[in-house]
Write a protein that binds this ligand. Structure first.
Ligand SMILES: [Zn+2]
Length: 405
């Protein structure tokens, strides 16, 4: 009888469950919510010189912590470029958590054994956040509801938790062009919240993004509907106007693409270049507010017309491996083409957290700031002039007394 009920439930569910390729509840080697903190603690214990971790804050409904793992050699006194990886916004997209955690583990395990990884740990400060949606992760992984996507905010305002209706789509809640959202109702899977930044998770992570001012960002998703399977997105193109750093991000996306063959087809992840941008998404928010070069990677492919978003252990690990290689390849290329400039005033004091714009920058976005050491990082050195406090600084030449390299 129980089997019969299960079969009926399967038939009435969305497409992914029709296939034997999707396993729900998840296969055995996916990280469960209860395993995440112990795993982080073990990593810290094994590699105390390379790992720090912290709780960025707690969610509003269940008071679950959001963990961040920081991997670095922690040696550079005057700062180094920072990378942020968020494994998960949407809880029915579990593969990104595995990418994030395995990335942290790989950086530690291969340090001093593999040259390129040793360099990446020495050159960058890595901030790895397996999930910013622990409430959704917990309920999704319980095996109760394979569509669980949002957090657990009581959006139908009935004073109790409704697994199938409550919650906000966290990747639509960022405080950037929030009004550009389609008008999904509170019970929709895509409900963007009653106002921008209404959700505690988004308040926590956007504050963190602005404080750290990252140079590179990787956000992981998997397309449950299959509409965006195996694609790379970055900010932005809208009404045929592209972002100031569009071509830089395109170059890096192409490097990632070479490492990302599709799961079930003989081609590669697609770089999505149509108009779909300037929204309240993590990638658009972080680029607009911090100038971070940001990528949204939709993992998991389609087999016989069915999106395989909960692959078995073996397939999941393959997806994790190639995505980590794509991060490494793009971060290496970024570093090879990087110019670091420390901006100082006439008395040779670094200008710390100072807003700046590039001379050729026609629009308000991105909003840049120098970092805690007065540094700015320029990928591919296309800019020659930068404007700070209404003073124009020339990079590498004429007013070099204002510029300390
Ligand atoms: Zn997603």
């Amino acid at each position: 009888m129980k089997n019969l009920i299960l079969i009926i439930l399967f038939i009435f569910n969305l497409r992914p469950l029709f296939s034997g390729q999707n396993i729900y509840p998840l296969d055995s080697e996916y990280t469960k919510w209860a395993e995440l903190l112990p795993k982080i603690k073990i990593l810290k214990k094994q590699y105390p010189d390379l790992v720090k971790w912290e709780i960025l804050g707690k969610t509003a409904t269940n008071h679950f912590p959001i963990y961040a793992i920081n991997i670095s050699d922690f040696s550079t006194k005057n700062g180094k470029p920072k990378i942020i990886i968020i494994g998960q916004h949407h809880s029915e997209e579990p593969v990104g958590i595995e990418i994030a955690y395995s990335l942290a583990e790989t950086l530690c395990k291969r340090y001093n054994l593999q040259e390129n990884i040793t360099n990446l740990v020495n050159e960058f400060s890595w901030w790895i956040i397996p999930t910013i949606n622990p409430e959704g992760m917990y309920y999704f992984q319980n095996g109760d509801y394979d569509h669980k996507r949002k957090n657990n905010s009581d959006t139908n305002k009935n004073g109790k938790f409704d697994l199938k209706y409550d919650g906000v789509d966290l990747n639509r809640n960022y405080d950037f062009n929030w009004n550009n959202n389609d008008h999904f109702s509170p019970e929709s899977r895509y409900f963007p919240g009653f106002s921008s930044k209404s959700e505690k998770e988004i308040q926590i992570i956007s504050k963190f993004m602005k404080e750290k001012s990252f140079q590179l960002a990787y956000f992981y998703h998997s397309s449950y509907s299959g509409n965006f399977s195996e694609m790379i997105f970055f900010p932005w193109k809208r009404d045929n106007v592209i972002s100031y750093d569009y071509h830089k991000m395109l170059d890096l996306a192409k490097i990632m693409q070479q490492k990302l063959p599709k799961d079930y087809e003989k081609s590669y992840y697609k770089i999505y270049s149509q108009d779909f941008a300037k929204r309240s998404l993590a990638r658009d928010f972080i680029y607009a507010n911090c100038g971070t070069l940001a990528f949204n990677i939709e993992t998991c492919g389609i087999k016989n017309g069915i999106p395989i978003v909960f692959p078995n252990n073996k397939k999941m690990k393959k997806i994790v491996r190639k995505n980590i290689n794509a991060i490494f390849a793009s971060a290496e290329s970024y570093y090879e083409n990087l110019t670091k400039i420390t901006v100082v005033d006439l008395k040779n004091r670094p200008l710390i957290n100072e807003p700046y714009i590039f001379q050729n920058q026609k629009t308000k976005y991105p909003l840049h700031k120098t970092n805690d050491f007065g540094s700015i990082y320029i990928y591919k050195n296309r800019e020659k002039f930068v404007k700070i406090r209404d003073i124009s600084y020339s990079i590498n030449d004429t007013i070099h007394t204002f510029i300390k390299k």
